[in-house]
Write a protein that binds this ligand. Structure first.
Ligand SMILES: [Zn+2]
Length: 95
């Protein structure tokens, strides 16, 4: 039954489909958000649990994004400091 329908718009990245689904039994497109995840005509449901989450997404979830963004802010502010220092003719190497 699950092979009769397919996801159309988004790749299978999440456990719950987003976007429109197509039911091949009755050739009907529907939005699972408004039909409680099932085809409104025949009641077919896609197999949510059979869609595995990719490994790169699991790795991405483990990255400490707050520290990464803090490092990016530090680098941007250091670059701005160098630009302002060059514009003000401040040479830190001779002092
Ligand atoms: Zn259907």
């Amino acid at each position: 039954m699950a092979s009769l329908a397919r996801l159309r718009e988004l790749p299978k990245l999440t456990t719950r489909p987003v976007g429109r689904l197509h039911c091949d039994l009755d050739d009907w497109d529907f939005d699972p958000r408004y039909t409680d995840g099932a085809c409104p005509i025949c009641g077919w449901r896609p197999d949510y649990e059979a869609v595995p989450r990719p490994a790169w997404l699991e790795t991405l979830d483990r990255v400490p994004w707050d520290y990464v963004s803090l490092g990016v802010v530090f680098c941007v502010l250091a670059a701005l400091g160098v630009i302002v220092g060059l514009a003000a003719h401040i040479n830190l190497a001779t002092r």
